[in-house]
Design a protein around this ligand. Sequence first.
Ligand SMILES: [Zn+2]
Length: 416
Amino acid sequence: MSSPESVPSAASSAPSAPSSVSATVYRDVRPFGGAVAELVAVDGVLVDAVPDGAAVEVVEGGGRMALPTLVDAHIHPDKTSWGEPWHSRRAAAGIGEYVEGDVELARAMPTPVGERALRLMSHAAAQGTRAMRAHADVAPAFGLSGLEGLAEAREKLRGIVDVELVAFPQHGVVRAPGVTELLEEAATSGLITHVGGIDPAGFDAERGAADGEQLGTVFALAERHGLGLDIHLHDRGETGLAPLRDIAARARALGLQGRVTVSHAFAVAQLSGHELDAMADVLSGAGVALTTVALSATTILPFRRLAERGVRVGLGSDGVRDSWSPFGNADMLHRAWLAGWALRARLDEELAACFELAAHGGAELLGLDRADLRPGAPADFMLVDGECVPQAVVDVPRRDLVVRAGRIVARGGALV
Ligand SMILES: [Zn+2]
């Protein structure tokens, strides 16, 4: 176990001639728990050796295991009460009542949304999250204040965590007058990368109308403004599967392959065998990705099978201590633990697959270079006390050091 004295420390050794190249050498680390090695970072990227004449800073790793940092593919920092006085929830049934709870919580919090989001996103970064896709509610109750708060937090964390923003119509588009206009405003604000959506055939279906109405609106917005889409889909059975096929068809028709994500997709989690493979082929053919939050054995997506058939899947925190749930902590290594627990992982390869989902699944979704500790990869990694990857998933060790683009950004669970 680590003592305070053994927390990695830095020392510099300047060469005799002045140099414009500087390298940081992380000594005595064990990539993925393997043999002791050095990780050398130059200009934010790992290289195989210190360049000739470079100014060198040395950081002692103390034999710790080096692991890639992680990507949170789905989080709602605007909804959080993280670090606030305890918020007691009341019973709720159905999305409509949960949504009322969101508004109550936002009004009850003494701290503005930008500060709450910054606190949570900083915590996530200190636990080793290098990038996230963050959804912010866009509804008449909030206007664009959630998005603006998240954008403020993103600015303060520039260089520490990369943040994509989704304008999320949590209250519906069809059923909530004014949301279409707010989404349009969000799309022209320059703040967002994605337009959101929610259960087009269930929660947001207009009575008596075709269920394509919400999808028509959000796809048109995305196409017109050159944005991606990330649509929440909780509906199960055909109420979930029919919109999924519709989303895939629209992605192909509008040339948005690779830019559309469906989050949760509980209807896909219910499939198995040929039905699952057929849906996976529809999604991969249209370049539609999925995200999962590992809530339970029945809702976690079969991500390994989906990946085998070419579907990109990211892992996310979802809401963290919000009105929907008191649980969650924005720690993606803990989320990998939850995925393993939900899947009843037992074999090393099953536990390692949960880690890879947290590290690489979301990275692929966000279009980031793979952080796999090889030369040429981003110098994004964390040092932990531990033996091997499966054990780290089970133990969830303290993140002693978090490195982003070659630079130390956090020690012992707090940003530096
Ligand atoms: Zn969500």
